[in-house]
Design a protein around this ligand. Structure first.
Ligand SMILES: *Cc1c(COP(=O)(O)O)cnc(C)c1O
Length: 389
């Protein structure tokens, strides 16, 4: 029996995870040991990528990705209007400007048509983005082939913010393989699919990008004589050749990551069946249920139905309070980034994001995590009771 309140998300830690972490604590190496490169190797293999660089959060990974793609002051980056603020903040860290693309009302992902229209207008004003950060909302991949085609025409780089989406697939490609992007980022925050406590990763097939991200992850310091300015033939010598950060992941975290990665397929299967069960049990209610289009495999990170009644926002808010009163803690993913006070003062035109605003008014995130199965009939019953009343 799980405890109430029921959260919207929750990690799964097994005995196997606990034993692995206990072992690393006894090993004598807590950081910069052998497990970080092992986790990187396993991630790259699992996702069919050339290189993986793990770090202390997805936010850090997004920052490293932007830096590796040379996003600089004077440049412009775009991301989806509906995402966590970190997808936009990473561009600001680099001194670049940020702008937003409206979402597709069916998938809640960045809309390729809205993107194309915005690119056409931006080309006329000579304000094209250097980097586009695509978000796979709730674990459903965005329409990457269409977005990639536009990147060829308008010459921009692509970062996939796949914080929600490890294990997902877009037709024949696995998210992280960077088939349609330069870099893909994952998050290992406890609310996400697999966890390292805090943590993230940046995957790429381009060696120079991986080398750059690894350098900047650790102060811009190198022990590789082939890239030193003044190499010396002594073991203690190292050089700082760029201004980097300490964005490293510990071996403690990486050990948990290795153990969690082994359970990924199990997590994905459980999440998909929870998602399907909601969709079958809620289908006759005045809700627009989330879809997984043909050819897509979602990691089912979030379950987000939308209200299709009149005064949807009011009904949504009532549903949220009603469920909260029943011990079910829902959530809202996400407040459009341009509505946050920090972004608002940059003067975005909200009339450009009709779909995002509508989504913000009528969406609600129901609990979805491995283990919620025991409470799912209760949750469904409460949602149904709300609409009866
Ligand atoms: C969670 C999340 C992030 C940030 O991940 P952290 O690992 O917490 O830094 C970035 N983007 C999206 C879309 C997220 O959901």
């Amino acid at each position: 029996m799980s405890k109430r309140p029921i959260p919207y998300a929750k990690h799964t830690i097994t005995q196997e995870d606990i034993e692995a972490v206990t072992e690393v604590l006894r090993s004598g190496l807590l950081t910069q040991g052998p497990v970080v490169p092992l986790f990187e190797k396993l991630l790259a293999e699992r996702c069919h990528a050339g290189y993986a660089t793990v770090c202390n959060s997805a936010t850090s990974a997004l920052h490293l990705a932007c830096l590796a793609l040379d996003l600089s002051p004077g440049d412009i980056a775009w991301t989806s209007a509906i995402t966590f603020v970190a997808s936009a903040n990473c561009a600001l860290y680099c001194g670049a400007k940020i702008d937003f693309v409206d979402i597709d009302p069916e998938t809640s992902n960045l809309c390729p048509h809205a993107l194309e229209e915005k690119l056409r207008e931006a080309a006329i004003r000579d304000e094209l983005p250097k980097v586009l950060i695509v978000v796979h909302m709730g674990g459903l991949p965005a329409d990457m082939e269409s977005i990639h085609r536009l990147s060829r025409v308008y010459d921009f780089k692509i970062i996939e913010d796949a914080s929600h989406a490890i294990g997902s697939k877009y037709f024949k490609t696995i998210t992280g393989s960077c088939t349609y992007s330069d870099i893909t980022v994952f998050s290992f925050h406890p609310a996400k699919i697999i966890t390292t406590g805090e943590g993230g990763a940046a995957l790429t097939n381009r060696r120079e990008l991986a080398t750059r991200m690894q350098l900047l992850r650790s102060h811009g310091v190198t022990r590789d004589s082939s890239i030193m300015a003044q190499p010396k033939d002594v073991k203690w010598y190292y050089e700082q050749i760029a201004l980097g950060f300490n964005y490293r992941m510990t071996d403690i975290q990486a050990t948990l990551g290795v153990s969690q990665l082994r359970q990924l397929d199990h997590f994905l299967a459980a999440r998909n069946s929870i998602f399907d069960y909601y969709n079958s049990e809620l289908r006759d209610l005045p809700l627009k249920l989330p879809i997984i289009p043909r050819g897509y495999f979602s990691s089912c990170h979030l379950y987000i139905p939308r209200l299709v009644t009149d005064r949807a926002q009011e009904v949504r808010d009532k549903l949220y309070s009603f469920l909260s009163g029943k011990g079910i803690e829902c959530n809202l993913h996400y407040i459009p980034v341009f509505l946050h006070p920090y972004y608002k003062k940059m003067g975005f035109r909200t009339d450009r994001y009709i779909n995002a605003l509508e989504y913000y008014n009528d969406s609600i995130t129901l609990p979805l995590y491995v283990g919620v199965e025991a409470e799912q009939d209760y949750i469904v019953g409460c949602v149904r009771a709300f609409f009866r009343s």
